[in-house]
Write a protein that binds this ligand. Structure first.
Ligand code: FPP
Length: 234
């Protein structure tokens, strides 16, 4: 990987294109989601291996939850399988697991699997692997505002950040979106204020280690200015 030495510490991924990947192969959408789950196993392990410190993935948005019941049920079952079959392996790579989003809608057994994964990995720090489920950036902000109102304290940017689901996580340096759409889709709205965005046409099930490295390399060529002038400009 040629990164000119600049590797992002924190990477987030909008995993899009499962349905189109399946359609192209005349398969049901569920096959695309299952293939996406396998891709996510590889990407998490790869991220830990190449020295990414924080990886946050958009596994289920609040909006995804209103898809047809059969698809939502399938995705929820996939989540169960991901936590029971894949997380134990990913854990071995030193990953700390974290879940964000409103998990109250999930069955007890899945919530328990999530809590167990968080508990069992609480002291690991090679990679903080955060999985966003039933997550929406606006919903997260509204919940945080309500918490601030309940606390009755004025907030500033720092204290407000700590009311969000991502409390304690750094903002993403790089947000990757697969699947060809060029939009943010309610993901990490607050946290992405100064992120670099990388969009690729590759459908998520085909997003492999090589494609991930390509995104990291593209980040290495970006000039992050956070609203300031370019060096040498006045
Ligand atoms: C968007 O593809 C993706 C999702 C709605 C789900 C993302 C899930 C995975 C990558 C699998 C891993 C999942 C879990 C639960 C751990 P889409 O269906 O919108 O694709 P399309 O835009 O091509 O129709």
């Amino acid at each position: 990987m040629d990164t000119e030495g600049k590797i992002p510490s924190s990477v987030a991924i909008i995993m899009d294109g499962n349905g189109r990947w399946a359609k192209k192969r005349l398969l049901p959408r569920s096959a695309g989601h299952a293939a996406g789950m396998t891709a996510l196993r590889k990407i998490a392990i790869h991220a830990a291996t190449v020295g990414i410190k924080y990886l946050t993935v958009y596994a289920l948005s609040t909006e995804n939850m209103s898809r047809p019941k059969a698809e939502v049920d399938f995705l929820i079952d996939l989540l169960r399988r991901y936590f029971s079959d894949y997380i134990p392996e990913i854990k071995e790579y030193g990953a700390r697991i974290r879940v964000i989003g409103d998990v109250s809608v999930f069955p007890d057994d899945i919530r328990e699997l999530m809590e167990k994964a968080e508990r069992d990995t609480a002291t690991q720090n090679k990679l903080v692997f955060t999985i966003a489920v039933n997550y929406g950036g606006r919903d997260e902000i509204v919940r945080a505002v309500n918490r601030a109102v309940e606390d009755g304290e004025k907030v500033d940017e720092k204290s407000f950040s700590s009311l969000l689901d991502t409390e304690g996580l750094p903002d993403p340096d790089l947000v990757i979106r697969t699947g060809g759409e060029v939009r943010v889709s309610n993901f990490l709205l607050w946290q992405g204020a100064y992120s670099e965005y990388y969009f690729t046409d590759v459908y998520f099930p085909d997003f492999d280690e090589k494609e991930f490295d390509r995104a990291i390399e593209a980040y290495g060529r970006r000039d992050r200015r956070y609203g300031r002038l370019k060096k040498g400009d006045k």
